[in-house]
Design a binder for this molecule. Structure first.
Ligand code: ZN
Length: 438
């Protein structure tokens, strides 16, 4: 007797008519329906040919700021810099309870969307480390249903941040604050080299943060070159230190938007260096298309990094959500299919392989970047999965498909009724569900 069987599912790799059987918290068997037809389970879900996927993974998010839209005021220009200024205005007024409450509310949305693992940056440029303590508390509380991985993120720049000499409780440097965050249990070392005062300081910040991560055996994920300046080349330094320190497979460059504007000859050298260093990349399509190119008139640059070219070079590339209803972005709802949709459109990856790669960029690839254990649809993996109202990954992205069932460790944690509309038209069908009838 199994605990759960999902019958007649289609899988992201194209297999159809598959039954997935769960015992306890793990997938026990995954076979064509004929093999498991006689098996019994305490609960059965009829997938009816719909797509069963491992859960969505968001490799880049800011959970300390999410759902704070309008506090203390709205971002009028919509720019990255006004967003950073606004966050600075909000920070002194934040309370731990309010951050925890908003983060938990976002995690509710995430679970409903089948998003069960999130890497969130947490601002360490704060002598109270209020957001760090808040998100560590959130990480503990959501652990039964969502994997939250935290990155120590020195938002104000690890060298640019000024300790306040006038206040004895605020004398720690940015590096000391970041190390305290790691001591308290934050998982990954962050950074923001393009925000340091000079290119030289940016390079120095990459060196010292990579060395700090290597000494502690931690992963690295830096906001890197989130700029339209083609001369912002900190990714080169990040790849250099990743290789020098033996951090291959453990270092990520987030955003990399300056690469959109770089000289093509330089990029032809840069991308192989990134691949050689085993550095992965995260593009944040919703945010990049919104925040980049802001100083342009027309033509206006898209600003997203060179996604198909990085993928072609074998660089693991994920699409992240980055922001939902915060000082930088007023939209979003935890829907990684919306993220994948924007990603493939901005990157013009509308070929079949490109669209499938976009689905991988919000599932398998970010799971690898986070180093998630037991992720995937195979015997022995965690029984974490999402049943979508779509037949394949491309249709799922097109429809931002309804999450019919979300399963975490063998337990159904969210359900939604299929999206159908009733029509009242003479001579036409009574219902439309938007699926492609082939
Ligand atoms: Zn970010």
């Amino acid at each position: 007797m199994f605990d759960l069987i999902v019958r007649n599912a289609s899988l992201p790799d194209g297999r159809t008519g598959i039954d997935v059987a769960v015992r306890g918290e793990r997938i026990d068997a995954l076979e064509p329906h004929a093999v498991l037809a006689g098996a019994a389970a305490r609960r059965e879900i009829d997938a009816a040919g719909m797509l069963l996927s491992p859960p969505f993974v968001d490799a880049h998010f800011h959970m300390d700021a999410t759902l704070s839209l309008g506090l203390p005021r709205l971002n009028q220009s919509g720019t990255l810099l006004e967003g950073i200024a606004l966050w600075g205005e909000l920070k002194p007024h934040l309370t731990q309870e309010a951050i925890v409450e908003r983060a938990l509310a976002y995690c509710d949305m995430a679970v409903a969307r089948g998003l069960l693992a999130i890497r969130s940056h947490v601002d360490t440029s704060d002598p109270r480390l209020l957001a760090v303590d808040a998100l560590l508390e959130v990480k503990r509380r959501v652990a039964p249903y969502l994997d939250l991985q935290l990155v120590a993120f020195p938002q104000d720049g690890v060298l640019r941040y000024e300790p306040r000499r006038d206040d004895p409780s605020c004398t720690l440097t940015a590096v000391e604050l970041l190390e305290r965050a790691l001591d308290r249990g934050v998982d990954v070392v962050g950074g923001i080299p393009h925000f340091e005062r000079t290119m030289e300081d940016g390079r120095e910040s990459v060196r010292l943060l990579c060395e700090l991560a290597a000494a502690r055996g931690l992963r690295v994920d830096m906001h890197c070159d989130e700029s339209d300046d083609p001369l912002s080349r900190h990714i080169e330094t990040l790849a250099y230190h990743a290789r020098r320190l033996g951090l291959q497979g453990r270092v990520t460059g987030s955003h990399l938007t300056s690469m959109h504007s770089m000289d093509n000859y330089y990029v032809s050298k840069l991308i192989p260096l990134i691949a050689e260093a085993g550095v992965s990349a995260i593009a944040n399509p919703l945010i990049n298309i919104t925040l980049q190119g802001r100083h342009d008139t027309y033509p206006k640059r898209r600003g997203m990094t060179r996604v198909p070219e990085l993928m072609a070079a074998g660089v693991p590339l994920a699409f992240g959500h980055d922001c939902v209803m915060d000082p930088w972005y007023p939209m979003g709802s935890g829907d990684m299919l919306e993220v994948a949709s924007m990603g493939l459109q901005v990157a013009q990856m509308t070929g079949q392989a490109g669209m499938r790669a976009s689905f991988d960029a919000v599932t398998e690839t970010p799971a690898r970047i986070l180093g998630l254990e037991g992720y995937g649809l195979a015997p022995g993996c965690h029984a974490d999965m999402v049943l979508l109202q779509a037949r394949d990954p491309i249709e799922a992205i097109r429809l931002r498909a309804t999450r019919l069932a979300v399963v975490r460790r063998g337990r159904v944690v969210a359900e939604q009724r299929p999206a159908t509309s009733t029509l009242h038209l003479d001579g036409r069908p009574g219902q439309v569900d938007f699926l492609h009838r082939r």
